[in-house]
Design a protein around this ligand. Structure first.
Ligand code: ZN
Ligand code: ZN
Ligand code: ZN
Length: 303
C-alpha cells in the first residue's frame, strides 16, 4: 500500500530539490522519504512535520520510522550496567558518526526504586536536565531527544500516564525484560523451569497490553521475548502475529534491536519475515519499524 503524507516535506537538505519532488514510498514495512536526485534518506530533515502529518492522516499519536541518519535507543551510566562516559561524549560521538538525531532511552526508574539495573527515581530530573542542556548546546549539529525504556507492569498505570504526559519525554518505549503477576510479584522470581515454560508468553502478553494503553511509541526488541526458545514454532508465530497486528493498528513502531543480533536466540528472522508479510498486505495501516542500537557505551553507538 502507499501512503499520502501530504506536501509538508522540506526541500532536500543535501541538493535543495523542491519539496514537491521528494519521494514518499512504502518499501515493505518501511516508509521511506527519499530525494530522487541525490538518493539520500530525508526523514531526519523534517521529522516534526512528518509527525504532524502522520497524526493528521492517521488520526493517531506520532509514529516513528526507520531513518538511516538516526541513532535510537541509547543508555547512560545512570542505569548502573553501562559505561561510565558522560552524556556529552555520546552526543559528540553521534555527531562524528554523522547522525542527525540521537535518542536517549535509558532504563526508566520506578517510584520507590523497587528494581535494580536502572536509574534511581531521584535521578530522573537530572537526566532530563542534562539532555536538555546538550540539546541546546549542540542544536546546530544534531537533535538530542529524550526517552525512557520501561517494562509495562499494570499496577504502575498511573505512573506511565504521568511519564507519557511529560512533554520533556518524547520517546516512552516498552522494554519488557520481565512481567508482573500481581503487585509486588514479578516473573524474575520464577524458577528457571517456569521461565523456560512461560516467559515468552508472559512477555508477549505484557507487550500486547502495553500496545492498547496509548502510552508508548515503540516496542523495543519484541522478538527478545523468545530468548529461551531454540526453534521457531506455530505458537511463537501466533503470538508474534497478534503483537505485530496490534502494533500496526496502534501506530506503535517495532524495534529491530542491533544488540539482539549479537546474542544467540534474541533476534528472530522468522519474526521479522512475518512482520514483512503483514506489512505487505493490501489492507491496513503501514507497519512501522525502527532500528535501535541499544548502546550501553559510546563504543556501541552505530548508525
Ligand atoms: Zn540495559
Ligand atoms: Zn531492553
Ligand atoms: Zn535498552
Amino acid at each position: 500500500m502507499s501512503v499520502d503524507i501530504g506536501n509538508k516535506l522540506n526541500p532536500c537538505m543535501y541538493c535543495g530539490l523542491p519539496a514537491e519532488k521528494i519521494l514518499r514510498e512504502n518499501c515493505g514495512p518501511i516508509l521511506r522519504i527519499r530525494c530522487p536526485e541525490c538518493n539520500r534518506a530525508l526523514s531526519g530533515a523534517s521529522f516534526d512535520e512528518l509527525d504532524d502529518e502522520w497524526n493528521r492522516v492517521n488520526e493517531m499519536r506520532p509514529v516513528a520510522e526507520i531513518c538511516a541518519d538516526d541513532i535510537f535507543h541509547v543508555h547512560t551510566y545512570r542505569c548502573k550496567h553501562a559505561g561510565d562516559e558522560e552524556d556529552e561524549e555520546y552526543v559528540r560521538r553521534a555527531i562524528e558518526l554523522g547522525a542527525k538525531r540521537i535518542i536517549f532511552t535509558d532504563h526508566a526508574p520506578f517510584p520507590g526504586n523497587p528494581f535494580g539495573n536502572r536509574m534511581d527515581i531521584e535521578e530522573l530530573p537530572e537526566y532530563i536536565a542534562s539532555l536538555k542542556k546538550l540539546a541546546d548546546r549542540y542544536i546546530k549539529y544534531i537533535s538530542v531527544q529524550i526517552g525512557l525504556e520501561i517494562e509495562y507492569l499494570p499496577s504502575f498505570d498511573e505512573y506511565y500516564r504521568k511519564l507519557a504526559a511529560n512533554e520533556d519525554i518524547r520517546w516512552l518505549i516498552v522494554g519488557q525484560h520481565f512481567y508482573e503477576y500481581e503487585p509486588g510479584v514479578y516473573s524474575f522470581s520464577d524458577s528457571t523451569e517456569v521461565k523456560n515454560q512461560c516467559e515468552a508468553y508472559g512477555l508477549m502478553e505484557a507487550m500486547l497490553t502495553a500496545c492498547d494503553t496509548g502510552y508508548f511509541r515503540v516496542i523495543a526488541h519484541p522478538d527478545r521475548a523468545f530468548r529461551r526458545k531454540r526453534n521457531w514454532t506455530e505458537d511463537m508465530a501466533e503470538m508474534s502475529e497478534k503483537l505485530i497486528r496490534s502494533a500496526r493498528e496502534n501506530g506503535i513502531a517495532l524495534e529491530q534491536n542491533i544488540s539482539s543480533k549479537k546474542r544467540k536466540h534474541q533476534y528472530w528472522n522468522e519474526f521479522w519475515e512475518l512482520a514483512d508479510t503483514i506489512a505487505n498486505e493490501e489492507e491496513g495501516k503501514p507497519l512501522l519499524l525502527i532500528k535501535g542500537a541499544d548502546a550501553h557505551s559510546v563504543a556501541e553507538l552505530v548508525l
